[in-house]
Design a protein around this ligand. Structure first.
Ligand code: CA
Length: 364
């Protein structure tokens, strides 16, 4: 019998040989207990490297996992475009190019239309309600079933809270001002905007500034004051509209490649899930603490003009949202179950929140 020390040296030698491209005794590697292995993962993201909140969340996750696992699971985070393009994250993790990714499910709507519901739904659940649905209302199980054919395991890993409606260079006084307006607005909100007469486009966060500056788009939404200030959007647009009808509590996702996941011993699996859950709440806490200060900076220091979307525009968006959400399930059986689960939860939670959260906010 080898002692633990000898085993570690032996495994180290095998890994070195492996790194040198020498033929390796693969059975010997496989025989090394998973508890003694060090896993080195790549995590690709849809965000600019270290963008506040969205980009720092996966870094934070990697740090937590490193400490909690005593260095047995090392995760290196790549910003958008460093290893794969922003919107290449899903395929890269699905194919195992990277073991893990961080982004948002609605970016994959072209591939899986119903995936958008796992980020956010126009006039849908807020952050608190979304977390309730995912973790205690069956949402996460449905999400995992949806991603199963892609060899991906999704987890909630961040939430923006209610977003802002976006940045415009002209005032929106009625639906007429939406006609032909080219706006960056992803997810189901984009579909609604399109039906209202606008032109919806989807481009990654890191490209927004240039797209708006060069007139590729007329308007854009991003997240909220804290994130939008970091991107500098106030430098190229004057009017900042609320409320974020299209993204009332967007969930960010962590995705893990199934084979990489299955190699992990149980403790590392639990550490990873716990870290994702912590980051999920932590991001919301950070936005809650910092959005208001950032909004003050935007208005007081940068002269941004805050505007509320007119009632008739919001009413039309709401009407169209009901249409779009009703259609999103299509004829697919799983999509139907996801849609029904979400909408039932929405109806139930609204019933209670009317006399709790909502009544309280109105009363205070
Ligand atoms: Ca957004």
């Amino acid at each position: 019998m080898l002692s633990n020390g000898h085993t570690a040296v032996f495994v180290g030698l095998v890994l070195m040989l492996s790194a040198c491209g020498e033929p390796t005794p693969t059975q010997a590697v496989a025989a090394a207990p998973a508890e003694e292995r060090t896993f080195r993962w790549k995590l690709v993201t849809t965000w600019p490297k270290n963008l506040p909140a969205l980009g720092t969340a996966p870094e934070h996750l990697a740090q937590m996992v490193d400490v909690m696992s005593r260095g047995r699971l090392k995760i290196k985070v790549y910003g958008a475009g460093e290893l794969v393009p922003a919107f290449g994250v899903f395929d890269a993790v699905s194919q195992g190019t990277a073991q893990m990714g961080h982004g948002a499910a609605y970016y994959w709507r072209g591939k899986i239309p119903i995936a958008a519901m796992f980020t956010t739904v126009p006039f849908g659940l807020n952050a608190q309600e979304m977390n309730g649905w995912l973790h205690y209302g069956g949402g996460l199980e449905l999400w995992r079933e949806l991603y199963e054919p892609f060899d991906l395991i999704p987890m909630a890993a961040g939430n923006s809270g209610v977003q802002m409606a976006g940045w415009f260079n002209r005032e929106i006084n009625s639906l007429a001002d939406i006609q032909g307006l080219k706006m960056r607005i992803p997810g189901l909100g984009g579909e609604v905007f399109q039906r209202a007469g606008g032109v919806a486009v989807v481009i990654p966060g890191g490209e927004l500034f240039t797209a708006l500056q060069t007139g590729v788009i007329d308007a854009t939404e991003w997240v909220g004051p804290y994130n939008d200030l970091a991107l500098g959007l106030h430098e190229i647009a004057k009017y900042y509209y609320y409320p974020g009808w299209h993204e009332p509590g967007a969930t960010l996702e962590a995705i893990v490649n199934r084979s990489a996941w299955e190699e992990l011993p149980d403790d590392l699996k639990m550490i990873l899930e716990t870290a994702a859950r912590a980051v999920n709440q932590d991001m919301l806490d950070e936005f809650t603490a910092r959005n208001n200060m950032a909004l003050k900076t935007l208005i007081d220091d940068h002269g941004v003009e805050l505007r509320r979307l007119p009632d008739d525009v919001l009413a039309r968006f709401k009407e169209l949202s009901a249409e779009v959400v009703a259609e999103v399930a299509g004829s697919d059986e799983l999509a139907r179950r996801i849609h029904d689960s979400y909408m039932q939860f929405r109806s139930d939670v609204m019933n209670y929140h009317r006399i709790s959260e909502q009544a309280y906010i109105n009363a205070r």
